[in-house]
Design a protein around this ligand. Structure first.
Ligand code: ADP
Ligand code: MG
Length: 685
């Protein structure tokens, strides 16, 4: 029987029950799965470099083949690094290979072994050639592979590499019957080649030229664009599925509302705030539900914009929900909104720490429509929370929530408008990948009168001077945050460093009022502490990152971050944003004895978007976003930073397809693409 993509793996030559089981554990079940199990590198066994010629390939990776004539582990005399050294010989000469801190290699590489080695030859400090930490494989020296380009796959259990290559080679027989998930016109629009030849080339490249090795060959582009397109079309289809119904409510903004908004405003809006507000107001009046991401650096004034949108919605007879990630933030929003609005509308709070009675009142108020604006944590998303007519859902600090939460909120109304806000500036490349379905508004201007925060990096020996400085500033009326790197979300929360820090600070500042705060404190206590700090009854707040998000205490002008190297740049930026909110000159001190360079760079960077872009480059999208949102962004060859233009091309093609073919057909296309392209096995990078 001919092999097709659906052929179960156990029917492939070379696969018995044992191997079938191992493959299954790696999610490789059909010949089709294997087609997407890509090599992570190739060995050009047609022309291994002769060791005698190495000098001509200084610093460029080459393939060598030879026999190990000596191999031993030793300790480097200078740096106390454990070295493993081997010398290989190929008949034209010998060369030394060196690996660092991999003592177990002495179990794996022995005298007499034949090795294929891949790496750049370098001149050692003694002036002779050696290759440091090369890739290596025991050379299996099969005749038939002598003169070919050999794909190297990541290990699948204990299946020997050569056997795995043969199994995958057999699976390639399924290529002629592979379904092409992208029809010709779309293929043309995306500018990609057919799938079958693309897959064939990736497994069996006829040539290893630069474009191919850089993973930019037509074959690679086909895979990149297919994955990008799948993501973009899925995002669009999801949104379109929610938008099929036009909104029933009709929003008008009359003079009365305008007057009220003017009355509420405690200051003049910045130009950026006005522009963004207009974008939002247009959306609210539009026929389709709003789906908008509002980005603005910390302190750029997103809250007031959201609040005005809320007032517009409420005065048109609808309810509004504002979702925030922590109780502290909910409390802060609640207080500020109450201050601004007096008693002109009915405001409520929803948190996990409500009493049963408060809860009942809340649920009834929302269901009957009596409550007009509710500010809450995740408690708002619970199933028994129902609204009479939810017209607008606002999500603050969106990066703390996932798409599911956004959808849960959406489901609580009749096609409510959605506004998500984030202070973690998301570089445009990333925004396009994760929020390809959202409209984007950006507040790119800070309210007037803000003084730039002075950021400095200090080491432990300088700590005493930092303390002195803090003391002087407090004497002049300032307040300070001291933040310890304790990851609030981890299960194995270790508070000891925080408590010790708290004691140290208390001893060092006997005349100052010092308080401590962390995420595991009872909510009421946290809130009480925060309120005391806000009221100026606490001089120094020793804390974890619970203060990271959105807290606003204008009088706090000092931020000391301990062990700053342990934070990501975006997180540092968030923390820094807690100061610089008032009239006083603000300071952010990064205390660290490591990673001086990265921190100095951060100290010089003020713009949140620049910080984010850098952070993204250093840490990659997965880390940058946290695991919550990065799942959809794992691509085989695509890199959302480098391949921004391809992502744009994919998005535009997705929009066109949806327009032309409609929701149903487009959904089919997504399904077909996902059925084939869903990452079934991880390809090593
Ligand atoms: P974020 O965008 O980080 O959520 P906030 O909405 O908390 O920022 O605003 C930060 C501070 O700036 C608040 O104290 C707010 O009252 C103030 N603010 C916002 N807009 C303006 C403005 N146009 N003029 C002066 N102050 C403003
Ligand atoms: Mg905010």
């Amino acid at each position: 029987m001919p092999i097709t993509p659906d052929t179960p793996i156990r029917f492939l030559p070379g696969v018995g029950p044992g191997r079938a089981k191992v493959l299954d554990e790696h999610d490789l079940r059909t010949a089709g799965d294997l087609l997407w199990y890509f090599p992570y590198r190739y060995e050009d066994r047609r022309h291994p470099t002769r060791i005698a010629d190495l000098g001509r390939h200084l610093d460029e990776p080459v393939l060598l083949r030879g026999k190990v004539i000596s191999a031993h582990a030793r300790l480097s005399p200078l740096k106390k690094v454990r070295l493993f050294e081997a010398v290989i010989e190929d008949g034209t000469g010998g060369v030394k290979l060196v690996w660092f801190n991999q003592p177990y290699l002495s179990e794996q590489i022995k005298r007499g072994d034949r090795l294929a080695v891949f790496g750049p030859p370098k001149l050692s400090s003694y002036g002779h050639l050696q290759i440091e930490s090369p890739d290596w494989e025991k050379f299996e020296g099969e005749e038939e592979e002598e003169g070919s380009i050999v794909p190297i796959y990541s290990k699948v259990g204990s299946i020997p590499p050569r056997a795995l290559r043969q199994i995958i080679g057999a699976a390639l027989d399924a290529l002629p019957s592979l379904e092409e998930p992208i029809e010709p016109p779309l293929r043309k629009r995306l500018g990609v080649i057919d799938l079958a030849p693309a897959l064939e080339q990736i497994h069996r490249p006829p040539e290893l030229d630069q474009t191919f090795l850089a993973r930019r060959s037509p074959a690679h582009l086909r895979v990149i664009l297919q994955e990008f397109f799948t993501l973009q079309l899925a995002l669009r289809v999801r949104r379109a599925a929610e938008e099929v119904r036009a909104k029933k409510r009709k929003i008008v903004i009359d003079d009365e509302i305008r007057a009220e908004v003017r009355r509420i405003l405690p200051f003049r809006l910045t130009g950026a705030q006005k522009r963004v507000l207009k974008e939002i107001a247009d959306d609210l009046r539009g026929e389709r539900p709003m789906y908008r991401l509002l980005q603005g650096d910390v302190g750029s004034g997103k809250t007031i914009v959201a609040l005005i949108a809320a007032v517009i919605m409420i005065r048109n007879g609808n309810q509004v929900a504002l979702l925030a990630p922590t109780e502290i933030l909910v409390e802060q929003h609640f207080q500020r909104i109450r201050q601004l609005l007096d008693d002109s509308l009915v405001l409520a709070k929803a948190t996990g720490s409500m009493s049963a009675g408060e809860r009942r009142t809340l649920l009834a108020g929302l269901r009957e429509g009596y409550i007009q604006l509710v500010v809450g944590t995740h408690a708002l998303l619970e199933e028994n929370v129902e609204f009479k007519s939810l017209g607008l859902a606002i999500v603050d600090e969106q990066h703390r929530f996932g798409v599911e939460q956004r959808q849960a909120l959406f489901a609580k109304g009749d096609t409510p408008d959605i506004l998500v806000m984030t202070a973690t500036p998301i570089p445009r490349s990333l925004a396009l990948a994760i929020y390809g379905d959202l409209e984007l508004s950006v507040i790119d201007e800070l309210p007037p009168g803000r003084k730039a925060i002075k950021t400095v990096v200090r080491t432990t020996p300088q700590l005493e001077r930092v303390y002195d400085f803090i003391d002087k500033e407090i004497a002049a009326g300032a307040q300070a945050y001291i933040v310890y790197p304790i990851i609030e979300e981890s299960d194995k929360l270790v508070l000891k460093p925080l408590k010790q820090g708290f004691e140290t600070v208390r001893k060092r500042f006997p005349n100052r009022r010092v308080a401590m705060m962390h995420g595991r404190m009872p909510a009421a206590e946290k809130e009480e502490t925060m309120q005391r700090f806000k009221r100026g009854e606490v001089d120094i707040l020793v804390s974890t990152t619970v203060i990271e998000v959105g807290i606003d205490v204008p009088n706090a002008s000092l931020m000391l971050i301990v062990d700053a190297e342990r934070f990501g740049l975006s997180q540092l930026h968030q923390l820094r944003g807690r100061v610089g909110r008032g009239e006083r000159q603000s300071y952010c001190v990064l205390l660290s004895d490591q990673e001086k360079e990265r921190l100095e760079l951060f100290a010089k960077t003020r713009d949140g978007f620049d910080v984010a872009e850098r952070d993204l480059q250093i840490r990659g999208p997965g880390e940058f976003l946290g695991t919550r949102q990065s799942g959809a962004l794992r691509f085989r060859f695509g890199n959302i930073l480098r391949d921004y233009e391809l992502m744009e091309r994919a998005r535009d093609a997705a929009i066109e397809l949806l327009d032309r073919e409609g929701l149903e057909r487009s959904t089919d296309v997504v399904r077909r693409l996902l059925g084939i392209a869903e990452p079934t096995a991880k390809t090593r990078d």
